[in-house]
Ligand binder design. Sequence first.
Ligand SMILES: NC(=O)c1ccc[n+]([C@@H]2O[C@H](COP(=O)([O-])OP(=O)(O)OC[C@H]3O[C@@H](n4cnc5c(N)ncnc54)[C@H](O)[C@@H]3O)[C@@H](O)[C@H]2O)c1
Length: 248
Amino acid sequence: MQLGLLGKVAVVTGGANGIGLAICEALCAEGAHVMVADIDGNGALRSAEVLRAAGGTAGSLLVDVTDASSVDALVSETVGRFGGLHILVNNAGFTRDMRITKMAESDWDAVIDVVLKGAFLCTRAAIPHFERNQFGRIINISSRAHLGNPGQANYSAAKAGVIGFTRAMALENGRNNITVNAVAPGIIDTEAVQRLPHYEKIKSAAQKSTPIARIGAPADVASVVAFLASGQASYVTGEVIHVTGGRY
Ligand SMILES: NC(=O)c1ccc[n+]([C@@H]2O[C@H](COP(=O)([O-])OP(=O)(O)OC[C@H]3O[C@@H](n4cnc5c(N)ncnc54)[C@H](O)[C@@H]3O)[C@@H](O)[C@H]2O)c1
């Protein structure tokens, strides 16, 4: 694609692995300068090296998206290093699945914090820079699980919350030429999913029950994110794009 992202500066949270890394690769391939922000600092470092080896412009930072001072430092370091900020991808997240009666408060809080509070803190820190540019792109990674999944009360609530947050931010910031959209992936073949004990079952179920008869790839999500980050999507805001191979 030629998306006109040359020289645009992007922060990708959770960019060290899986979908986040694929998003970093897609943005770098389009000429964006990418800051890989991850609580896995070594992973972020390695990913930035891979991006640079492929000809991209990338830096990395150990960041905890649930911590306001860590997030504020991420934004100021990115602006200091690359001279601005234009794109934020709120991708950091994880599951902690169990039935509601087994779910400890800490299991609830951990998932809500990383997904929802993380998106809030990063967005709050980025918006003043976007306002200054009169240009901004925020892409929030939700999940098909926003529709509700058994064993995922915390995750489904957080990912549904991301959609409400996306719509509120789209309405609040549109006047400054800032678009805010969500991407809701189905099952995507990342290490986080490969580590699940029932991975093989998930994979064959996806092949049987998904109209596009395969499990998703990180690049399937990344290309949609890159499009939403670009000038080509300048009249698209407050939307949720499902990347599920047609499975609901
Ligand atoms: N893989 C899927 O099937 C799938 C489906 C739908 C949505 N998603 C969402 O996509 C996103 C990426 O998922 P993935 O499968 O690539 O997982 P992943 O575990 O490979 O990547 C998530 C990254 O987030 C980082 N992270 C965790 N806590 C953090 C924190 N507090 N601060 C900063 N970084 C933190 C992790 O270190 C990791 O690098 C998540 O939001 C996930 O919920 C994944």
